[in-house]
Design a protein around this ligand. Structure first.
Ligand code: G1P
Length: 276
């Protein structure tokens, strides 16, 4: 069983300016729940109850969201509105929340490395909350990764096929299939040009990482865009031992983009209110 899920949440969310000038992008709501809430739900479903956040300046709303709001709760206590808080209250009872900060933006790899103090010396999940995933007919993506982890005990990334012209937006994986949906990674490159890779298997924001990754992150130099990339550290781990890529079941919305965010909103609206 993996206890901890790490949520790198230090990014600026510039694509949603001006909304994200004072609101963390992870707090943007799909219907009534912020993106981060969906991520925490998915982690909890996978049995992870220690939620660890790497935040940055201007992200205090995340901490407040997972805390009691006495004034608000007092105001609506006994009214019909009380039930609107029951889901988040329930979540808060089942989880612990811890926070640390990434002081300078040095990339996803650096953010994950900053989470080390919260994670300890055990395997952990990673969820990038702006990749919103849902598997309507079965278990969530983190639970799927956990099942693979329990069998192979190595770092695993969730992947999906993307159009060739989109490979430059993702970490791209090449490897050898050992099961229908599972590959052993032999190459990985962060946001390649389409002529730099033959693969269209893109990493989405779900990982299970072994604590070894911190050792490789310490040795990883700035890569794409001058940032420390988790993809580069994972390639080191793949070469040294083993990393797997798992083609997940379900849907993923890129809620870091306006198009993906609107698509997710429509999808969840249909799901929740479609029959009304
Ligand atoms: C990050 C990772 C990238 C991955 C992507 C998934 O990039 O660096 O490898 O494919 O998340 O969303 P970002 O989108 O943060 O630039």
């Amino acid at each position: 069983m993996i206890q901890t899920c790490l949520f790198p949440a230090a990014g600026y969310g510039t694509r949603f300016l001006p909304a994200t000038k004072s609101l963390p992008k992870e707090m943007l709501p799909i219907l009534t729940k912020p993106l981060i809430h969906y991520g925490v739900d998915e982690a909890l479903e996978a049995g992870m109850s220690n939620m660890a956040f790497v935040t940055g300046r201007g992200k205090r709303a995340l901490e407040d969201y997972f805390d009691i709001s006495y004034e608000l709760e007092h105001q609506i206590s006994g009214s019909s509105k009380e039930s609107l808080l029951s889901e988040i209250r329930n979540l808060m009872q089942k989880c612990t929340f811890s926070f640390t900060r990434q002081k300078t933006m040095k990339g996803l790899g650096d953010a994950i490395n900053k989470g080390r103090t919260l994670v300890g010396d055990e395997a952990f999940g990673v969820i990038l909350a702006d990749d919103l995933c849902i598997n309507e007919d079965g278990v969530g993506v983190m639970s799927q990764l956990l099942e693979v982890y329990e069998k192979y005990r190595c770092s695993i990334v969730a992947v999906m096929e993307v159009d060739k012209e989109d490979v430059s937006k993702y970490g791209i994986v090449e490897g050898k299939y050992i099961e229908d949906n599972l590959l052993i990674v032999n190459d990985m490159v962060e946001k390649p040009n389409s002529n730099e890779t033959n693969s269209n298997l893109a990493i989405i924001g779900r990982y299970i990482l072994t604590p070894n990754i911190f050792h490789f992150l310490d040795k990883t130099k700035p890569g794409k865009n001058g940032e420390i990339q988790i993809t580069d550290a994972l390639l080191k781990e793949a070469k040294d031992g083993m990393v797997m890529a798992y083609k997940f079941k379900g849907k993923r919305f890129d809620c870091g983009s306006i198009k993906g965010f609107v698509e997710a909103t429509k999808y969840f609206y249909e799901l929740q209110y479609g029959n009304e």
